[in-house]
Design a binder for this molecule. Structure first.
Ligand code: NAD
Ligand code: ZN
Length: 252
């Protein structure tokens, strides 16, 4: 690490330690090192299943069988994934009383698996399936075990309880996230390009209410030049581990 980089980690650690009132906003990038490909710059399954074609509510309503080809492959990837050190560091920050919550756009459950307790799942999670005709809910594992695409007793193909493009955010998640954004004094933005609305509003809301913005991403994003105070450029696991080490020892 260069001296400049060390200084950035030191500054970020000092702000976290002194304010002790941080919130994390995470996106697909934090789970890339757990083997789940992000949509953008993607490899693997998203080359075959274009999210613009498969991940919209319109596509699900029109041809749910086709969308379930993507969903069953995605669920296979998710069930095999395990948390990486970046998820573990966020759980540790919560246990230390530095982080008050994690707002995640991910649907992989890896924050909870790593031990985070206060997790706002902005885009839902696929552990339940819902019938969009009679609103019955079913545990995914059981129903998928009976065959794909899984069906309700009424015959309708079930929808995983995740937010497709074109669907609104569950209002509790949205309200709660906005409150957290207004009340935090540091926002850690990890592995999100902040291009998907309305999650991309969270950093702006936090900034307008006085939060210090620390961004962790190997790339620059639309936030970096405009609202980020410190950009720790690198993979989530490495950057989070360095940040934790700096926080513990005062050195990186
Ligand atoms: P995104 O818009 O959040 O973009 C991914 C970001 O992660 C990019 O900025 C990229 O530079 C960064 N990144 C890549 N590798 C990284 C690493 N090792 N460490 C840190 N950052 C890294 O996400 P998207 O893929 O465009 O997805 C859009 C929506 O779909 C979001 O809601 C997203 O969470 C969801 N999605 C979720 C999962 C999951 O649950 N794991 C996977 C794919 C997509
Ligand atoms: Zn039904």
């Amino acid at each position: 690490m260069t001296k400049g980089e060390k200084d950035l980690y030191r500054q970020a650690a000092e702000v976290l330690a002194s304010r002790k009132n941080a919130v994390a906003l995470t996106g697909a990038g934090i789970s890339v090192e757990s083997g789940i490909p992000a949509f953008r710059g993607a490899q693997g399954m998203w080359e075959r299943f274009d999210p613009a074609e498969y991940a919209t509510i319109g596509a699900f309503l029109k041809s749910p069988e086709k969308v379930w080809e993507m969903l069953s492959e995605m669920i296979d990837v998710l069930v095999r994934a395990v948390p990486n050190p970046a998820h573990a560091c966020l759980a540790e920050l919560e246990a230390m009383g530095v982080l008050r919550s994690v707002i995640t756009q991910n649907v992989d459950g890896l924050h909870q698996a790593a031990g985070s307790r206060k997790v706002i799942e902005y885009h839902g999670n696929p552990s339940e399936l819902v019938c969009i005709r009679c609103w019955k809910r079913f545990p995914s594992r059981e129903k998928i075990g009976e065959g794909v695409p899984p069906r309700c007793a009424c015959g309708r193909i079930l929808k995983p309880d995740i937010v497709f493009f074109g669907e609104p955010i569950p209002w509790i998640a949205q309200e709660y996230s906005e409150t957290e954004a207004r009340e935090c004094s540091v926002l850690l933005v990890v592995g999100t390009s902040a291009q998907v609305m309305p999650a991309s509003d969270i950093p702006r809301i936090a900034k307008e209410h006085g939060a210090f913005i620390v961004e962790i991403n190997p790339e620059e994003t639309s936030l970096t030049a405009k609202i980020t105070d410190i950009h720790l450029q690198g993979r989530a696991s490495l950057a989070m581990e360095r940040l934790m080490e700096t926080l513990r020892n005062g050195t990186a």
